[in-house]
Every structure is written in structure tokens, then in C-alpha cells.
Design a protein around this ligand. Sequence first.
Ligand code: FE
Ligand code: FE
Ligand code: FE
Ligand code: ZN
Length: 200
Amino acid sequence: MAKKNESTGLKKLLEDQLADLYYVEKQLTKVLPKMAKAARNEELQGAFEEHLNETLEQVGRLEQMFEALGRTAKAKKCPAIDGILEEGKEIMDEFKGDEALDAGLVAAAQKVEHYEITSYGSMKAWAEQLGLEDITALIDETLEEEKGADEKLTSIAEQVVNIEAEEGEEEGEEEDEESTTKRSNGRSKAPTRKVKSMVE
Ligand code: FE
Ligand code: FE
Ligand code: FE
Ligand code: ZN
């Protein structure tokens, strides 16, 4: 069944996931600078830039894993991340200039982080099962960075960009009192500025 020097079973799954994530991380080194540039909020910009630096490290870590397995680093196209990134691009285009852009960028970025967290999570379990301690440790370093990035994004959303997105909407409504054009979302023009996050 398997050709010479070709893995099977769990080891094959692990190598497959490794090649998938190598594609994912390399794509992200190209996309994160665009997301940082698109972000309106400085804190969000900073978060994307910081995660770009981590992502560059993660590419290096994946190369170390290939080496530990005695394989040459090879990326395998991941249609899932291509789709998630395609939706992220849609948000960037459709919400360009809109106050809700950053809230949309956070959501798009979190879809990426969650894909990474689940992929690295499975890969870590397989590496542990196979007794590959060095690889498990490398995966764990990256996995913690992905979880940290996800948590950072949640906090930026709840404390800053979701609020700004809603405030922008209210400012728009105030403008409507004069211009009456655009934005007729059916909501009453409440002058009170409620600051509430998406939670609670
Ligand atoms: Fe990553
Ligand atoms: Fe994939
Ligand atoms: Fe979708
Ligand atoms: Zn990530």
C-alpha cells in the first residue's frame, strides 16, 4: 500500500496536518500585514503586527518539525483557510470606511485562530500518542500563541472595537437627522449613547 519511506496511519495524519499548517502559516504571513494596514484602531493594528511576528516564528517551528521527522518542508494547499481568508477579504472590501470594519476584522481573524487552534490541538494529541516529545513541545509553543492571540482579539472586541462600531452607527443616525439620506435601519434616533459590549 504505502510506498517506500512513506508513512501510514497516525504518523501520516500528523505529516498531513503539518503540511496543511505550513501552508496556513505561510498564507498568514502575507495576510496579517494587510489586516494590520486595514485596521482603524491602533491596538488592533498592534495585535495583528504582534501576531505576524509570532507567525513568522511558527513557520520556523513547523520547519523544525519537518526536520525532526526527516522530511523536507512541504506545504499542502488548505481549502479551509483559503475560504476563511476569502471571507476576511470580503469584510475588508465591504466594510472599507465603515465604523464596524474593525469588529469585522476581529471576527475574521478569530475564525483563523480557531482553525489553527483545532488543527494544532489534534496534531499535538497525535504527536503525544506517537511519543514524539520534541514535536509535541514545538506544537505546544505555537498552540499557546494561537490561544493568546484569540484571547487578545476577544478583549479588543469587547473593550474597544465592538463599542466603536456601535457608536459609529449612532453618529450615523445623528447625521441622518440633517441629511436624511442613506442608512435607514428603522431604529429610533436615540441621542443617548449606550456603551455596551456584546457580552453580559
Ligand atoms: Fe499561526
Ligand atoms: Fe486544512
Ligand atoms: Fe462562513
Ligand atoms: Zn494564529
